[in-house]
Design a protein around this ligand. Sequence first.
Ligand code: MIC
Ligand code: SF4
Length: 641
Amino acid sequence: MGLTIAQKIIKAHLLEGDMTPGSEIALRIDQTLTQDATGTMAYLEFEAMGIPRVRTELSVAYIDHNTLQSGFMNADDHRFIQSMAKKYGLKFSRPGNGICHQVHLERFGKPGKTLIGSDSHTPTGGGIGMLAMGAGGLDVAVAMGGGAYYITMPRMIKVNLTGKLAPFVTAKDVSLEILRILSVKGGVGYIIEWGGPGIARLSVPERATITNMGTELGATTSIFPSDEVTKAFLEKEGRGGDYVPLASDSDAEYDRVIDIDLSALEPMIACPHSPDAVVKVSDVAGTKVDQVCIGSCTNSSLFDMMKVAAILRDHVIDPSVSLSISPGSKQVLSMLAESGALNDILSSGARLLECACGPCIGMGFSPNSGGVSLRTFNRNFEGRSGTKDGKVYLVSPETAAAAALFGEITDPRKLGEETAARVLGVKLPDEFKIDDSAVIEPASPEEAGSVEILKGPNIKDCPVGDPLTDEIEAEIVLKVGDNITTDHIMPAGSKILPYRSNIPHLSQYCFEVVDPSFPERAKAAGTSIVVGGENYGQGSSREHAALVPLYLGVRAVVAKSFARIHAANLINAGIMPLTFVDAADYDILKQGEKVRITGTEEGLETGVFKLVCGDSEIKLKGEFTERQKKMIRAGGLLRSV
Ligand code: MIC
Ligand code: SF4
């Protein structure tokens, strides 16, 4: 039987296990990336491992999330990460150089290589034919030290693209369409391979928009072939030598095949508060818009920005709309400036933000009370924008620009033929502007010994779990529904993010969006469990969504199902992710009840755990590999090593 692209890369990197879907495999990791909001913790963990220098082919530390320096905390963390990169052999991408995924695609991604990043949108690299996955900080630290990355061998979905996108219909609309089809949990346990004749006209950054948002499907990753389009992109980046062709075998088998006819696609929009609440833009046209944000790791390439400039040129935005533009990288910004297109954007009344995540993670530019914000981003979870009652919609850059001009949600096709011709006429330069001056090289191995690690007062100890006891007596301190995100568990935003290396401080905000009294109640309970519905922990890779509950006494999470990265983070922290054998038992458990999980040692062996709640005994499933059992018994990965 032939192999898919992902199976070929997995086969070439397989260290342990066999490639049967559902079983655990260990992969050799070629490249890692970190960003600053998860990086401080990842580097503290790496430091604790006592390894003298990173052992990957390439590791890059980016600063792109916590760039708003209102106080010493973020600046201290940047200095800490910079000193770690210098000492331990990583490249350091300075604040302002751009969003990790965009810069990595431009300057470092290589087809056929494996990449893990402490950020859930690392699959952006799939646009260039990498097997790129998001992971918790601790898993990235282990990979930096030369250790394997463990995943469950995924099943394969193939999406076949045929036809050609109509004017004003874009790669983002393809992302939204697949979310409409599959939902935010439809990709769990799968790798999504994109192919078919329709991909030939999609550039690498457009492909990256699609693989980026594969994260919102819950997929392990998404990947495109490496072909002539990939080669042309690498050549423009002055990296033609990094090109290798990659395609699936003609007899490769997929568990599911989905066909999308690009010609039939219309502009799409995800409504509040979930990336899969997708309808046609025309269905909600006319809704008044207060704010428009263009950027993020999903839609901040030069092509995206040039199209926006072509739409805004010679126009002024609606007086009631506030428009922000954040180019994805310094490369994008400087080429935008040189071409004159930046001026077209600014003259329209837009505000230029840093080349960083910015509003996407609530790092400034929050909408007004109850405000409607149209964003070219990938997530619109409740409260994530920093305004609790803000209503965030996810759209393409074209739909965003149209809304900025008209002051209401507008089908961009209404912009007319002349504008369509301008957009279609956008030409990218033959060569991209290469300037890596904001990437700082590490010290040589000889000099590394004398590099001092700079830690600010905001860095506090990381909580470590306790060894497993045979019986866990706990209170159900919180019961939640389906699709709880890590933004619910551990919110971000400009006020909280600076404390990513200070778990005690962060703990005050745990589950704030769902139930602000959670931290107090968890502390009072001592030992607790959380009960959840389907797809618990979807969204980001932040291990803080496991470490903070651990700090507050949570010892197990019982849910109908879990998102991949969060389940791994819970186990790394020594918290058991358990699922219901009979999902109907979810209804029996009530918040505030005292329960017992008995015979945990036997449970680890049989994969079935017993939870006693009043007169009821509920069966829970927890099938762990030997490696995971070791972590759970020890109280987490750090303790087990
Ligand atoms: C996100 O988009 O939610 C983040 C912020 O990039 C996170 C990482 C984090 O929480 O620091 C992610 O996607 O993993
Ligand atoms: Fe940054 Fe937003 Fe992308 Fe996360 S999703 S990496 S916050 S731009």
